[in-house]
Write a protein that binds this ligand. Sequence first.
Ligand SMILES: [Fe+2]
Length: 283
Amino acid sequence: MLKPIALSQTHMECSHLKDTVPVLTDFLAFEKVAERPGEVTLKHPNTDWLLTVHEGGSDASEKQMHNHYGVRVLTTQEVDAAYDYLSAHKEKYHLPQIGRPLNNHGSYSLYFLEPGSNGWEIECYADALRKEIWKTKYGGVWAPHWERPFSAERFPGRGYVPQGFTHGTLAIGDHRISRDFYANVLGLEVHQANPHVVYIKHPKTKCYVVCAERKEWKVFSDNFRFTLAVESQEAVSEAHRWLSQSGKELGVSDLGPIRQNGTGAFFLLRDPDRNCWEVTSPH
Ligand SMILES: [Fe+2]
């Protein structure tokens, strides 16, 4: 199996960066850490993994809400405050949809769409965490993802503070096939969240991907992917060699060539459901 040292990054595609990036910085507390033509890389200051947003223009895929990402706040009151704040700024930021907060599989969450059609969740697990069991269940992903809360002074005037960028999502066809692939090919930790949903994460960090069985789903471009860092360029080459030889029988539905991106080597692969993954050396 691969031996990732981190689930280090995720990539999503929007229509226009000028519409989407302000939503992520002004509502979700992301900060811009890098910029190149057609893409912006963001980081939540309290979370380790990166989010790169690609500009797809009018060709950008429409997403379904089951392909969403999530940030977390500390209290349910903050989710309500976020609903009020987003609603008050809906027109200015061209937000096409803001759902009312609801209780949902352990969290109290609101879901909204940014103008580039990506779904975002603002979630709170405070109620679930009153019971001890949820602090460690599923690899502890419902427990705080941060060492220290992100300071309210750094995100003032909204009535809520996103404390961390917690999760992304993938649609899968059969959780048994996915479980096996994520654990035994990608080398990730897999937790069965319910009969049709698995959570996957790197053992050392709490950011996770919610993989839920769907009857049908879209296959997106390479601009929609999760990135696993392995320890070196040699490890990238070794992983690529292994998957070139054995990938098909292991469930890899597509394997791209090794490429260089300026800071190191990487390659893309598609899992049994044709979701895209990147294997890279550390940046
Ligand atoms: Fe979610």
